[in-house]
Ligand binder design. Structure first.
Ligand code: ZN
Length: 92
């Protein structure tokens, strides 16, 4: 009974080597998955529109001065037009 543990320890280094090689690969895969989830925020033209099934709706208001076609930047408390500088504050 007392002889078994030392034998297992001798076997451990050889058996642990392949396992240690596989462990880092699994860790990097998990890290990549977490990164993909963080990059959910859309940028550019894709952020201006929202696709719901077959319909496409505009996610941001257009500039009142410049007219349709000029989307306004979405800030935490206001919308701004990058073309003419028009700012409209969000109503609470
Ligand atoms: Zn404008």
């Amino acid at each position: 009974m007392s002889k078994k543990p030392p034998v297992k320890k001798e076997d451990a280094p050889a058996a642990a080597a392949p396992a240690a090689e596989a462990a880092p690969a699994a860790k990097t895969q998990k890290a990549e998955k977490k990164r993909e989830k963080k990059h959910k925020e859309e940028k550019g033209v894709r952020a201006m529109y929202k696709a719901e099934g077959e319909k496409v709706t505009r996610a941001r208001p257009t500039c009142e001065r410049c007219g349709p076609g000029y989307f306004m930047g979405d800030h935490h408390d206001r919308y701004t037009c990058g073309h003419c500088g028009f700012t409209r504050y969000k109503q609470k």
